[in-house]
Each structure stands twice: as C-alpha cells, then as structure tokens.
Design a protein around this ligand. Structure first.
Ligand code: SF4
Length: 328
C-alpha cells in the first residue's frame, strides 16, 4: 500500500494518489494500459487495505505536502489495478473523510453490478466509471475482461449506480484508433453515456506507452468527430484530454527516490520531465542509470518519446527473495 504524489491529474488537479491493490491486479487487461500487462486477472474482492494504516500514511504525506506550501485537491484511489477489488474500499474512504479533502475513485466499472461495490463507491465524492465500449465484441477486444464478467450487467449496473449516487459522477472513455473511434461504435458508446448522464464525459487518448504496441491514438480530426457525436447523442458536457504533464507539477518529499519510485508504479513519466525532476530535486543523475541497470525501472518509447515506469515484476521478485532470505 502506497501513498504517492501529489501528481498532476488530467481531471482532478493536484491528486494525492493511493495505490492499495497488489501490482497489476485487475479485472481487465486493457490493450492500452499504461502500466503494462495485467499480472493477476481477477474478479475476487479481497482485503488489501488496512484502513487505519492507510489513514496514517495519508496523514503523514498531507503534512509533508502542506509544509512545503503545496496543496492537494483530491485524495484519489488510483492503484495499478482495479480499486473496487479491495473489499475494504468503503471503509478506507470513510476513514479518510476526517481530512475534509474530496475523495475520488477511478474505477473500470467492471464490478459495478455488485451492490457492495456500489455501496463502497457511494462513499466517495467523485467517481469515474469507464465506458470504452458498449458492444460485446469491442469490449472483449479493447478491455480483455475476466471471462466471468458480463457486459450487460456492467452497463445496467453503471446506470443503477448513476441513479443512486449523489456525488460527482463522470465517465472516462479511452479512444484507440481503429477500435472505438469508428462511427457505429461511437454512437453506441454515446447512447450508453446518455443513459448514465455523467457530469462530464471525459475522452482520453493513450499518451504513454501502452500494453500493446499496436495501440495508437486517433487523429485530431477523428477525436473532434467523436466529441461532437457524444455531446449530441448523450447530451452531456464532453471534455477531450490529450495533454501530458510538466515537471513543475510533481511533488516529492524528503525521500525523493522513494517518492519517485512510488509515482512511477502508477504513472509513467516522460524522459524530459524525469531529467528535470532529477536535476531540480537534487538526485544524483547516476541514480537513473542504476535504476535502469538493476531493472527496477523500465524505459520504453511511445510516439517518439521515451518514458520510464517502475518494473513491477522486479519489485515482486525482490520481495520474494527477501521473504525467502528471511524465512530460510
Ligand atoms: S487500464 Fe485500468 S482497467 Fe485497464 S488493465 Fe489497466 S489498470 Fe486495469
């Protein structure tokens, strides 16, 4: 369990991230996932969080951030997996309300048909539900769901949740060229968004290296067409986001290296941003080479730019080795 950032969020301003799910444990294996391949494709809700320990970690981090004169706009459950797989999500959110900072959850909506998941999400101030596809074939191609999941249950579950939820509900649609940017698919997605009636329908494009190299973002012209179609059919505000961040937007506390690795676990960072972070935050430039040599972080190129992310498998291997060492 890690609390990281704040990092600039496309939708939430300065967001203090909460990563409370084991690495890449998700009910989906989206082709565009910026965190790499799903390691544990699961729909089982398990106890992953100790809510009191999480509250203490958030407390410490908020103290550091505020002491440096920075602000936090949201506490955001945005793990490197699906947040609703944690059966204590609702309890964890309730514990964090003491900080009077809005709490957000970014969910892929795959378990929204479950009443207990709806109850947990209803505790948050801001919830994002994924709507990448409204037809079975496209859903399976783009989100590659766990085989037990049923799209109709997810779509009607999202609508039921929207009717009962009193917070700010938004939808998120990641657009992938040749997949869900075709007019017929866009219209089906728009009708589904119209039934959910979010405050805003966010349209995103892959801006960091995706799980599959064949994933590309739609052209600007196509993106505008999708935006116009969704706004017209769903009759809700549409926001198109394809921007990346600047180094100035990241916050690191006293232990810059740990903060950097925690951020890289869920948020790949562009090379130029990384160089500025290293220089400005006083990290020895050799550290980046060491991290790469030890395979603790990985680099990849997307859209002509190099990005770095934490190597989750190396981390797991290291923990296993430590455990064997301690128990052996
Ligand atoms: S994009 Fe989100 S929902 Fe899709 S595989 Fe990655 S973590 Fe899971």
């Amino acid at each position: 369990m890690e609390v990281f950032g704040p990092v600039p969020s496309r939708r939430l301003g300065q967001s203090l991230g909460i990563n409370h799910i084991p690495p890449k444990t998700c009910s989906y294996a989206c082709i565009y996932c910026q965190l790499g391949q799903t390691q544990n494709l699961s729909v089982s809700r398990n106890i992953y969080t100790d809510p009191e320990m999480l509250r203490r970690q958030v407390n410490q981090k908020l103290g550091q951030v505020r002491a440096s004169g920075q602000t936090v706009d949201y506490l955001t459950f945005v793990p490197d997996g699906e947040p609703t797989l944690d059966s204590r999500l609702g309890q964890a959110i309730r514990q964090l309300k003491v900080y009077k900072t809005p709490i957000a959850v970014i969910s892929n909506a795959s378990l929204i048909w479950r009443e207990d998941v709806q109850d947990d999400l209803a505790e948050a101030d801001w919830v994002s539900l994924k709507v990448d596809a409204a037809t079975e074939r496209l859903w399976k191609r783009i989100n590659r769901p766990h085989r037990s999941l049923q799209l109709p249950a997810i779509l009607t579950g999202s609508e039921r949740f929207a009717r009962r939820y009193s917070g700010c509900l938004v939808t998120e649609t990641m657009l992938v060229a040749g997949y869900n940017d075709e007019p017929e698919q866009v219209e089906a997605i728009a009708r589904q968004i119209g039934r959910i009636r979010p405050k805003t329908a966010y349209l995103l494009v892959p801006t960091r290296p995706p799980a599959e190299s064949y994933v590309h973002k739609p052209t600007l012209e196509r993106l505008r067409m999708v935006g116009r179609t969704i706004a017209a059919i769903a009759d809700v505000p549409v926001s198109i986001t394809d921007q990346d961040e600047n180094a100035a937007d990241f916050f690191f506390g006293q232990n810059v290296l740990i903060d950097l690795l925690q951020t890289l676990a869920v948020h790949p960072v562009r090379e130029d941003v990384m160089q500025i972070l290293i220089t400005e935050r006083g990290l020895d430039p050799i550290v980046l080479n060491r991290l790469l040599e030890q395979k603790l972080i990985l680099s990849s190129v997307y859209d002509g730019r190099t990005y770095y992310r934490k190597n989750i498998q190396a981390e797991e291997a290291r923990h296993m080795a430590d455990d064997l060492h301690e128990n052996g």
